[in-house]
Design a protein around this ligand. Structure first.
Ligand code: CTP
Ligand code: MG
Length: 380
């Protein structure tokens, strides 16, 4: 069975409020919409993913989805169901998974259950039992509603594409909030499969806080180590820890030879298990000739955070006889903290000599060591 995932992301996020619509806001370092799309793209049964956005949201969506294989962005309408209908016109497959961008963390098992149910039903939706007591209420509490047999209905919802299109053609009611309503109204059967709390929709500020807390609880600490050496050569200034130190001699290197930033970059990449600086910025590549090493360290930080990670602390030791680091330490901490978007207290810069022993002792070059402490998501 060929399956297209249709992700609707054309809303304006009124109930969450604040700035840009919720689907484009980062949670754990990654836009909500990107989380949603990546999760569906990665499921082996999902052949393609298409995304429906609102008028005027192209730039936000382009940034959020950069590099993902989702074809052309589709344009939705005023109500969620208008966005779904616009999407249904643009896809061709036997089955469709209609999904809200505002539910970023879809577990693969839910998709398995939904698609398995399509063998016997026209549609399938993930549901969860309700734990709280249910009642009607205005300002005053009214009658209790029997909660036995009552469920919350989530997305993604799976349908045979022909069935869903037909059901929408026949639908004449007000804008429905999901597709099971439409399909059932057309007399078709929808399976209820087990949902997952990870699929709860981010609707209000309190949902957002709960999701952030849930993600934070799934982060595990990791540590990375970095080391680098550059020989003195040519003229100063000397780039060290992101600042230019007046010096008669500079350091030799393909880039600006900032050993401190290189060591921290490697520590960050090491903590994330993402290889080393040479893998990401090969010294054979002419585009990095004379490059500002801030690019390297900022890229490493972005890689950690892009995967939902958090950078807690970086510590480094500079090993040299000259220049004296003390007078520049605060400026280096400030600069590194600025590049890494960390408070200064999360960056440590230390220095030592080697008692005139070895290559650093003879003043032939500068070495730097770094350790990065990060937390990485286990919710991938
Ligand atoms: N959606 C859509 N087109 C619309 C309205 C909503 O594609 N005209 C999408 C949203 O982007 C979201 C999903 O439908 O991914 C569920 O809608 P909801 O949670 O209501 O999101 P918003 O409409 O953006 O939020 P609000 O109702 O608070 O404004
Ligand atoms: Mg809405």
């Amino acid at each position: 069975m060929t399956v297209t995932a249709l992700i609707v992301a054309a809303g304006s996020g009124q109930r969450l409020g604040g700035g840009i619509p919720k689907q484009f806001r980062p949670i754990a370092g990654k836009p909500v919409l990107r989380w949603a799309v990546e999760r569906l793209l990665r499921h082996p049964a999902v052949g393609s993913v298409r995304v429906v956005i609102g008028e005027g949201q192209q730039a936000l969506a382009g940034d959020a989805l950069a590099g993902l294989n989702i074809g052309e962005l589709l344009t939705g309408g005023a109500e969620r169901s208008d966005s779904v209908k616009a999407g249904l016109q643009a896809i061709e497959s036997e089955a469709v998974l209609v999904h809200d961008a505002a539910r970023p963390f879809c577990p693969p098992l839910v998709i398995d259950r939904l698609l398995a149910a399509l063998e016997f039903f026209e549609g399938a939706a993930p549901v969860l039992a309700v734990g709280d007591t249910l009642a009607r209420a205005g300002t005053e509490l009214e009658d209790m509603v029997e909660r036995d047999g009552i469920v919350r209905v989530q997305t993604p919802q799976a349908f045979r594409l022909d069935s869903l299109r037909l059901a929408y053609e026949r639908w004449s009611g007000p804008a429905p909030t999901d597709e099971t309503t439409v399909v059932r109204a057309a007399g078709m059967r929808v399976a209820a499969v087990e949902g997952d709390a990870m699929l709860d929709k981010l609707t209000t500020a309190s949902d957002w806080e709960s999701a952030e807390a849930m993600l934070a609880g799934r982060l595990v600490p990791r540590t990375g180590i970095g080391f680098d050496v550059h020989a003195f050569a040519g003229e100063g200034p000397l780039m060290l820890g992101g600042i230019a130190i007046p010096s008669e001699r500079g350091l030799a290197g393909h880039s600006d030879a900032d050993v401190v930033l290189h060591a921290i970059t490697d520590a960050l990449l090491g903590a994330a298990g993402l290889g080393d600086i040479g893998d990401h910025f090969p010294p054979t590549d002419p585009q990095w000739k004379g490059a500002d090493s801030e690019l390297f360290i900022a890229h490493a930080a972005q890689l950690v955070r892009g995967g939902g990670g958090v950078i807690d602390h970086v510590d480094c030791t500079i090993i040299c006889e000259q220049p004296k680091i003390g007078p520049h330490r605060a400026a280096m901490r400030d600069r590194i903290a600025f590049i890494l978007e960390l408070p200064q207290s999360s960056v440590s810069v230390k220095a030592t000599t080697t008692e005139r022993l070895g290559f650093t002792g003879r003043g032939e070059g500068i070495a730097a060591q770094a350790v990065a402490s990060i937390r990485l998501g286990t919710f991938e």
